[in-house]
Write a protein that binds this ligand. Structure first.
Ligand code: NAD
Length: 476
């Protein structure tokens, strides 16, 4: 599925300058034109559903329905939500004046940042470039998009579709690998929206520092899944199986590893095996022919996941579920491992594949040292019917999001901010939060009466000024 990435020979500088000029022009356009453009974009995406499904099939072996659910629907629903709410988001927001500001009026204006760079990953290569673009356009910006080189069919399709739909000075796709991204990052973008690994996120942030460009970093990490003895195990198993195996585990919010109460470990594993079979097996087995099970993106990732499994087994992990994988077809059979040693590599790096390590605990006190011993995760999943347990874990663990008795759904909720914290990223995306990421919240203060409290604080600092400040310190 790997195909040589195309490095489009573009004069990035000239392209950037064109977008700078266009973004200035956009500032004087009514916000309603953004709404019209987004509505047309929604139609255009739906009209091209078939092309998008085919590209994703070629790159990741995704079924058409999985493409609909994970690539097309999130984009379409984000457009619908944005179109319905933009009127409220763009409106200048009046703020109250405290006593010391009597005589003034102030409001917050949401102005576009300008020219933005969107760098996308390969795992949801359509959705994770076009969804940020929706926020970027809603806020009135222009954009250069750099999709991942590891999903070349989708990357080429994005280039074609964007060129068909947008003028180049509004949105352009630049294809290419890290080298192309490095060149682009030399330009003084006003905002950079990066989705990808924590390691590359650091490189992007360093490059952004050169121009003091603001950044949104949507990164990854190891999202823990904690199951206590009160959990509904059949339900937890079904949701975890879905979350872990969607896109063959190549999802930033996939449950990475499970910590389960020892007393229910066996039952949970049995239920999980049952559910995985129900979701994906054909005649009892999961094979390369199973129509709803996607593929690993490339051989490098296939071998990386395989070596994580081998290392865990060598360090004593017990294989609870496995089956024949097929490297040639990039088909990786789901794997469940129990009794996983905490110092195995699989408990250190993000798995990003269909492998679930399970660690059991005998006492609740064993949970937090494992979770807090790792960088702050993008998602924290808790399966428990005990409110006190849910609250205890939610309070103790800093995470991008918490999902209780559910998996993955926090990602598409239109009214929730999406993003990580520290190692799992920062800045928020989606809905109004995405709009804000691409906007400058610009305060505009207007003097109306000519006299405000500060007027009485101008030098020379006479006794009257001193009395005034004493008054203010005491009462205002
Ligand atoms: P990656 O960091 O390898 O690549 C992401 C993008 O960065 C690609 O377009 C790539 O070409 C570019 N890039 C690579 N090297 C670069 C460099 N030196 N300078 C500038 N750009 C460079 O990530 P990936 O492998 O495509 O995606 C997987 C990672 O992304 C996982 O860690 C996953 O958790 C994370 N992810 C996060 C989210 C989220 O929303 N938080 C979503 C999807 C994936």
């Amino acid at each position: 599925m790997e195909k040589e990435a195309v490095l489009v020979n573009t004069d990035y500088n000239a392209l950037f300058e064109k977008q700078v000029a266009y973004s200035q022009k956009l500032r004087s356009e009514p916000w309603q034109s953004r709404k019209k453009l987004l509505k047309k974009l929604e139609e255009y995406v739906l009209k091209n559903r078939d092309r998008i499904q085919k590209a994703l099939k070629a790159d990741l072996g995704k079924s058409a329905t999985e493409v609909d659910i994970t690539e097309i629907y999130p984009v379409v629903s984000s457009i619908k939500h944005t179109v319905a709410n933009l009127v409220n988001w763009v409106a200048p927001e009046p703020v109250d004046a405290p006593l010391t500001y009597l005589g003034t009026s102030s409001e917050i204006h949401y102005e576009p940042k300008g020219v933005c760079l969107v760098i996308g990953p390969w795992n949801f290569p359509f959705m994770l470039t076009i969804e940020p673009l929706v926020s970027c356009l809603a806020a009135g910006n222009t954009a250069i998009i750099k999709p991942s080189e590891f999903t070349p069919h989708t990357s080429a399709l994005l280039r074609e579709m964007v060129a068909e739909f947008f003028p180049e000075d509004l949105v352009t796709v630049v294809e290419g690998d890290a080298q192309a991204a490095t060149q682009l990052l030399k330009l003084p973008f006003h905002h950079i929206f990066f989705t990808g690994s924590t390691g590359v996120g650091k490189i992007v942030m360093r490059a952004a520092a050169e121009h003091l460009a603001s950044v949104t970093l949507e990164l990854g990490g190891k999202s823990p899944t904690i199951i206590d003895s009160s959990a509904n195990l059949a339900d937890a198993a079904r949701r975890i199986a879905f979350g872990k195996l969607l896109n063959t585990g190549q999802a930033c919010v996939a449950p990475d590893y499970v910590l389960v109460d020892k007393t229910v470990e066996r039952e949970f594993i049995d239920r999980l095996k049952e559910q995985i079979s129900k979701l994906y097996a054909e005649n009892g087995t999961i094979t390369p022919q199973s129509p709803d099970y996607a593929r690993i993106v490339n051989a490098r990732n296939f071998n990386r996941i395989d070596s994580l499994v081998q290392d865990a087994i060598q360090r004593g992990a017990k294989v609870e579920l496995n089956g024949p994988s097929d490297a040639a077809q990039l088909f990786f059979h789901p794997v469940i491992l129990s009794q996983v040693s905490p110092d195995s590599k699989i408990m250190e790096e993000e798995i990003f594949g269909p492998v679930l390590p399970i660690i059991s605990y005998s006492s609740e006190d064993e949970i937090l040292p494992v979770v807090l011993g790792k960088p702050r995760p993008l998602a924290l999943y808790i399966f428990s019917t005990r409110r006190s347990f849910q609250e205890k874990i939610t309070q103790a663990v800093s995470a991008g999001a918490v999902c209780i008795n559910e998996c993955m759904l926090q990602f598409t909720h239109p009214n929730l901010p999406f993003g990580g914290i520290n190692a799992s990223g920062f800045g928020k995306a989606h809905g109004r939060y995405g709009f804000l990421a691409f906007s400058n919240e610009k305060p505009v203060l207007k003097q109306k009466r000519g006299i405000t409290m500060s007027y009485f604080l101008h030098p020379p600092f006479t006794n009257r000024v001193k009395r005034t400040i004493n008054l203010m310190l005491r009462w205002m």
